[in-house]
Design a protein around this ligand. Sequence first.
Ligand code: C2E
Ligand code: MG
Ligand code: MG
Ligand code: MG
Length: 279
Amino acid sequence: ESSGKMPPPVGEYSGSNIAQSHDVLQHLKSADFDNEFSLVYQPKVCAKTGRIVGLESLLRWNSPIAGVIPPDVFIPIAEEGSFINDIGEWVLNETARFQMRWRSFTLSKGFRLAFNVSPKQLRDGCFVEKVKALISSGDLIPEYTCIEITESAAIDDFEDCCKQLTKLSDLGIEVAIDDFGTGHTAINYLLKLPAHVVKLDRSLIQGVDSEEKSYNVVKNVVAMAQSIGMKVVAEGIEIAQHALCLKNMGCEELQGYHYSKPLTEDQLLKALAQQPYKV
Ligand code: C2E
Ligand code: MG
Ligand code: MG
Ligand code: MG
């Protein structure tokens, strides 16, 4: 029993070969979500005040067979099949339950609870229906909810994706483009996706305090996004210098280990009591 709960050695589940991907998918399919999945919550901090203005839920999976497998490994594998829909539905429901539990607090502070959604989940329109149902039953408050569009592959039906995001946006949900500046997340997303927020990927943030090129590029990306009315959030803020640079560029919100790692609900209670953070 105890050995079954041991995390696998580092690198075991890199998901980098087909056999491993197959194993991971099999474990996922037989997983008991309620017992094996959990969410942790990472604060987003206002660059001006240092106060927590939002939280992002992040999925954790502890498989009794395979140990702890990070979302960077199992989400792309789930995205290849339609299994991402089942996972996404669990995340949606659990996020709504969290919002309910924390309602009195979050409403008084007016901050947004974000969760990650793969564009694959948007494909059949079922996701939007599920969101609508939660809103109708009073289990999700759209004005206090944000959806972060994360992806590991190019969006295959861009037009439909835009349509679904517009529906979510019309419901009052904030839409954020995650990981901007990497991989498939390119400038045409800013122009075409109906999104309110752009989240700068941490790979963009890394050099801002030490390399002039990096600083100038990020500064102009912030200005570009703001010039079309978008709010900018920087993720991967690891040190005070990152925070200072992004604050000076006019970036509205900051997120990263410098402020807080993703937290369990107990840890969150403490973090909320200790703010504002220094910015
Ligand atoms: P993401 O949405 O871009 O989330 C940011 C990731 O960076 C998280 O990793 C977070 O723990 C980590 N991080 C935060 N601050 C720092 C920092 O200062 N430095 C460094 N080095 N890392 C930082 P995590 O939780 O392992 O998630 C990885 C990715 O998996 C997420 O990237 C997202 O794309 C995906 N993911 C996580 N949960 C979900 C989910 O519920 N649904 C979907 N579709 N994808 C999810
Ligand atoms: Mg995210
Ligand atoms: Mg991101
Ligand atoms: Mg990411």
